[in-house]
Design a protein around this ligand. Structure first.
Ligand code: NAD
Length: 501
């Protein structure tokens, strides 16, 4: 499927792509699609993929078995011998080729993402563009890395040289909220570094992710370098504990992250974890109210709040609180909720029935706790997985809604009188992924940024993540960084060579 105008993308066109182009009931292993037979499915049986807009099944597919994990790990280990020795220009060539092919298939990928994930078309376009930018970025970055870097010492008669080697065969596991993007954040630096890998996309959003196999095949990536296993928890567990895997990179929930960490302990694997968040947005007394409300709304209602870095805790200076909450309520209630394929839609459905039930559970807790609901708090009475954009005010810090990651369009808020109190409240969380500060005083905002515990802070902006910026949190938001130079380092180990001269 190819259109010249993504505004003309429809559900029918995306559904046709599923029939024509997406390879179902198969895993991409050793450079080819391998059929998953019904008798293979010892881990999971027939698996349905849903359209979150209607709750209807788009397609069914079979998920991998233990044997597929075994073959994929073997293929990646075999390919490692030659791929790890390729030149940086060769690896950059393949990364650029992935980016170019994704660009050619832009509309197709956007359509599949809207269909399978439910996100509004404009958001899906940003996702695919971000994924492409990530492959291009690592193609450029790896070219610049010197094979040998001279390390300064105080010694005479000796030289100390530093080089980087790939960390080995990697298991990459990603969630469903940004299909193709979280994959790119891992796959691009891993390939750039010279690693080979087994990738497990989320079983919820396989449609856009499986297209990667077609793309790798089209660019003739050497076989075994990337292997893609459609699977659920059991496949992930098989990968993370597999003896041929040297490194595990996982993005997902804290509950699964803890399991992954213990699974990866077997054989002392290198590990990176990108986990949950409960990020704060602080609106200072001097902030422009209209603009602050736009940032608050995009920080929590983009992707229906299913963003690890969603700014889901709002802290507003008391002096502007009345005016701000009045404007925020009006703007929130004016949001257009609906089908991602409708270009007027500003917020789509949640991704799945499971996610809908999770958000509904927090609505019920809010009722039990008698929380002050400024707007929303309801499941929409229609087909699909829709809830209203929701704001609770004056939420106690002891409430589960204040402390837990809801992963839906639910904002909890409070007021403050002193900036230090806002910083204290922002930092009072087991998570520490991101934060936003809205202020007319850049110097004061930068001072606050130094005191806030978070890996990425926006000042008068929201949710823009550049490939050059390292991404990751403190505390229980994870271990390590993706993107930027740090993201490449996650797939390399330094080696030092000392020689006399
Ligand atoms: P999840 O933890 O349920 O699943 C993530 C992935 O892990 C899926 O592919 C799943 O199949 C797999 N998995 C499940 N059990 C496993 C096991 N035992 N071993 C190995 N793999 C296993 O998360 P989700 O619901 O898909 O995604 C939402 C979560 O992801 C949220 O908590 C969100 O904050 C987090 N997230 C974090 C970032 C970040 O950059 N920090 C980015 C996106 C999402």
């Amino acid at each position: 499927m190819k259109t010249t105008d993504t505004n003309a993308l429809t559900r029918e066109m995306a559904t046709q792509t599923v029939r024509d182009d997406v390879v179902l009931n198969a895993a991409y292993i050793d450079g080819a699609w391998v059929t998953i037979e019904a008798s293979d499915t010892d881990f999971d049986s027939e698996h349905a993929l849903y359209d979150p807009n209607s709750g209807e099944v788009i397609a069914t597919t079979r998920l991998c078995s233990e044997e597929h994990v075994e073959s994929a790990a073997n293929a990646a280990a075999t390919a490692y011998a030659s791929w790890s020795q390729t030149s940086v220009s060769e690896r950059a060539h393949y990364l650029k080729a992935i980016a170019d092919t994704m660009t050619e298939q832009f509309d197709t990928l956007v359509g599949l993402s809207v269909l399978n994930n439910g996100k509004p078309i404009e958001e899906a376009k940003i996702d695919v563009s971000d994924a492409i930018a990530c492959y291009r970025y690592y193609a450029q970055l790896i070219i610049k890395q010197e094979t040998w870097a001279e390390v300064e010492t105080n010694e005479t008669g000796i030289r100390l040289l530093k080089t980087y080697a790939p960390v080995g065969v990697c298991a990459l596991i990603v969630p469903w909220n940004f299909p193709m993007v979280t994959t790119a954040w891992k796959l691009a630096p891993a390939l750039a570094a010279g690693c080979t890998l087994v990738l497990k996309p989320s079983e919820v959003t396989l449609l856009p992710e499986l297209m990667l196999g077609n793309i790798l095949s089209a660019i003739n990536l050497p076989k075994g370098v990337v292997n893609i296993l459609p699977g659920a928890a059991a496949v992930g567990a098989g990968m993370t504990s597999h003896p041929m895997i040297d490194k595990v990179s996982f993005t997902g929930s804290n509950a699964v992250g803890e399991k992954v960490m213990s699974q990866a302990a077997k054989g002392i694997k290198d590990i990176s974890l990108e986990l949950g968040g409960k990020s704060a947005i602080i609106v200072c007394a001097d902030a422009d109210i209209e603009y602050a409300c736009d940032l608050i709304i995009s920080g929590i209602f983009t992707n229906a709040g299913q963003i690890c870095s969603a700014t889901s805790r709002l802290l507003v200076h008391q002096d502007i609180a009345d005016a701000l909450f009045k404007t925020l309520k009006i703007k929130t209630e004016a949001l257009s909720i609906g089908d991602g394929f409708d270009t007027d839609t500003q917020m789509g459905p949640l991704v799945s029935e499971q996610q809908l039930n999770q958000v509904k559970r927090y609505f019920d807790i809010a009722m039990t706790e008698n929380l002050e609901c400024l707007t929303g708090g309801k499941v929409l009475a229609r087909a699909g997985y829709f809830v209203t954009p929701t704001i609770y005010h004056n939420v106690p810090v002891t409430s589960q809604l204040w402390t837990e990651e809801i992963f839906g369009p639910v904002l909890v808020s409070k007021t403050f009188t002193e900036d230090l109190d806002a910083i204290h409240l922002a930092n009072d969380s087991k998570f520490a992924l991101a934060a936003t500060i809205v202020s007319a005083d850049e110097t004061a905002a930068l001072k606050m940024a130094l005191q806030i515990q978070a890996g990425h802070i926006w000042i008068n902006e929201q949710q823009i993540v550049l490939p050059q910026a390292g991404w990751g949190g403190f505390k229980q938001s994870g271990i390590g960084r993706e993107l930027g130079n740090d993201g490449l380092s996650a797939y390399q180990k330094s080696k030092h060579v000392l020689l006399t001269h």
